[in-house]
Write a protein that binds this ligand. Structure first.
Ligand SMILES: Nc1ncnc2c1ncn2[C@@H]1O[C@H](COP(=O)(O)OP(=O)(O)OP(=O)(O)O)[C@@H](O)[C@H]1O
Ligand SMILES: [Mg+2]
Length: 437
């Protein structure tokens, strides 16, 4: 449901309940349903419904407008705020959401509430559940003390975007895939288990590809491109947890992605405990338009995350957050999210290999499935350093055997495993793979 449909829906609900209340209280002249003449008109307004009454249909205007009746009506409407006006007509203004007396409790995430496929859940606010669309938020910085719920929030966003089914996701968690590895293998998801450089390279490559497409089509924007060509480039969410652990080179790429991504439908979301200059380059930070802070220890920390005070005063409760979006400040309690089993899905590398890596695998296959770093670097024209790093990571993922030695202690090199071949889409070459796989 869109925001407006939600409002219309709520306004209708309010009207229906109010009508019943007035009939029960014997406040109206006609109690037939549907009434032959409208008792009131409902005007949905920002954040409230306005009921404009026909005074002739009321038994007593004074009784309707008495504080007692208004109080009871408010209760009948689930605690919504009711404000009466009696000037040039009788009006009741009824807030869409009740004002809670206690801070909102932690609610479970209900993906059925997602208004649109690109909306992600922020949490429960005093006005009810808040979801915002990724393109609206453009680029997001999330900060806050340890264990307060940053990653948890990101899980909710990932699940919502998967539920929506329209976005492509590149995920990196700074913990070698411990957090986001569980989403690998899902359609439209790339989980980068490396040090973050690859996810960034991919996002950057996609942004550059789109820039070329726009140039060729002679269009200035994504919206115009889609309108002219009908080619719906899927929005790309680049979700990075623990960005402080990104290596320097990746940060440099990130600067570009954050500054220009939105124009190409690439939306970066960055989380880290304390996004100070050491963790997130100033140039990246200034361009992150939407900010979310979980509780932090000091005003200074709040300034670092939000660019304003406030987060230091949040109750130290998991999931409690402050959002700064388009100059607005909203407090919310993030939803509780249930996580898919981390062990259930192993990173399915078909979605992980870059073209550059795939060329490495192909070369290894041409060498008979066995290779030594120097050899592979030579035939592919890559640096030994890079090949070595990839090899070590692949070894950790079970894509390569450790360096094998023969009985005389002579190093034979590494051997590809079936998992790597499948990852590279070369499953048919399984006879080349290490049988141990
Ligand atoms: N909105 C929430 N409702 C209920 N429980 C939550 C909520 N957010 C987080 N938690 C719980 O709090 C714990 C810590 O959350 P999370 O790992 O997301 O924190 P974090 O801010 O990412 O911490 P770190 O900085 O250590 O990575 C989790 O075990 C999670 O179950
Ligand atoms: Mg975390």
């Amino acid at each position: 449901m869109s925001e407006t449909t939600v409002e219309v829906h709520t306004a209708r609900h309010i009207a229906e309940r109010t009508w019943r209340f007035l009939v029960q209280r014997n406040l109206v002249e006609q109690a037939d349903h549907p009434p032959t003449r409208p008792l009131f008109y409902v005007l949905p307004r920002r954040e409230r419904a306005v009921l404009a009454f026909d005074p002739l249909a009321l038994k007593s205007v004074d009784r309707l407008l008495s504080p007692r009746t208004l109080h009871h009506l408010s209760t009948a409407l689930g605690g919504r705020r009711v404000v009466a006006m009696n000037s040039r007509g009788v009006f009741l203004q009824i807030a869409y959401w009740p004002t809670p007396s206690a801070p909102p409790a932690s609610h479970p995430l209900d993906l059925r509430q997602q208004p649109f496929p690109l909306h992600v859940p922020i949490g429960m606010t005093k006005r009810g559940p808040l979801w915002l669309s990724l393109p609206e938020m453009d680029s997001v910085l999330i900060g806050g003390s340890r264990r307060m719920g940053k990653t948890h929030l990101l899980h909710g966003w990932i699940q919502a975007l998967l539920h929506g089914g329209e976005a492509t996701l590149i995920l990196w968690d700074g913990k070698g895939g411990v957090e986001f590895g569980r989403y690998a293998g899902r359609s439209g998801v790339v989980v980068d288990p490396s040090d973050g450089r690859e996810g960034m390279e991919r996002a950057f490559a996609e942004m550059s590809r789109r820039a070329d497409l726009f140039r060729q089509a002679g269009v200035p924007s994504l919206a115009e491109y889609v309108r002219r060509t009908g080619d719906r480039l899927p929005p790309l969410a680049l979700i990075l947890d623990e960005v402080a652990f990104l290596p320097e080179e990746a940060q440099a790429v990130l600067t570009d992605l954050v500054a220009k991504g939105g124009a190409f439908g690439v939306y970066p979301v960055l989380a880290t405990q304390r996004p100070d200059a050491q963790a997130v380059k100033a140039l990246v930070r200034v361009n992150l338009s939407t900010r979310i802070a979980f509780p932090v220890p000091s005003v200074h920390d709040s300034m670092v995350v939000l660019g304003r005070p406030g987060a230091e005063k949040l109750p130290k409760r998991k999931g409690r957050l402050l959002l700064v979006w388009e100059g607005r400040l909203v407090e919310a309690q993030a939803f509780r999210v249930s996580l898919p089993d981390a062990g259930a899905v192993r990173p399915e590398a078909a979605t992980l290999l870059t073209d550059r890596e795939r060329r490495l695998v192909e070369a290894a296959v041409r060498l008979g499935g066995w290779f030594r770093i120097r050899q592979l670097a030579e035939v592919t024209g890559e640096s030994r350093d890079w090949v070595n790093k990839v090899a070590r990571r692949w070894e950790a993922m079970g894509y390569l055997t450790p360096v094998q030695v023969n009985e005389r202690g002579h190093r034979l090199g590494r051997r590809v495993t079936g998992a790597l071949l499948r990852a590279a889409g070369l499953g048919g070459q399984a006879d080349l793979a290490d049988e141990a796989d």
